[in-house]
Design a protein around this ligand. Sequence first.
Ligand SMILES: [Zn+2]
Length: 159
Amino acid sequence: MADEEASPGARPRVDLDIERTAKGLPALWECGGGYTSTGYAQVIAGENGEMLTPVYIPRGGPLANGNHALFVVEEGTVVVTVIQKHGDVSVQVWRIKGIVNDQVTTELITEYRLGEWTSDLEEWQPGIHAAVQAAVDKASCYHCREPHYALPMPEQKVI
Ligand SMILES: [Zn+2]
């Protein structure tokens, strides 16, 4: 498989299953949170790392370390994933390349593991720091129940 990699900094990933909004738009969840000594988080940001307005925030159900905000995604949308074990974090920053059927194709822009970034985050995208920090915080947020990186959304009215 290694010879299929276009470059070390652009590993493809195709295993993100998307949601469809009521209007049929592709969407991904901000989700995750911390357990006693481990954690996981996925945070969604705009292509410049900016906070986005979610289309849906669940108010009830099993919220702890579950799905907390749903965002419409498109080519260029950034997805930050974090795994935390005993306070040590690994971070991966993905960019959506395309959406086919119900799968998102992403490329790995950069990752943080064993204490180092594989490529310079500052050089690639200064605006991404806040999203990365939010994802790191979320992965240590015990039994997280709320979005960490989302603009406030207008009051949800059923009628
Ligand atoms: Zn939280």
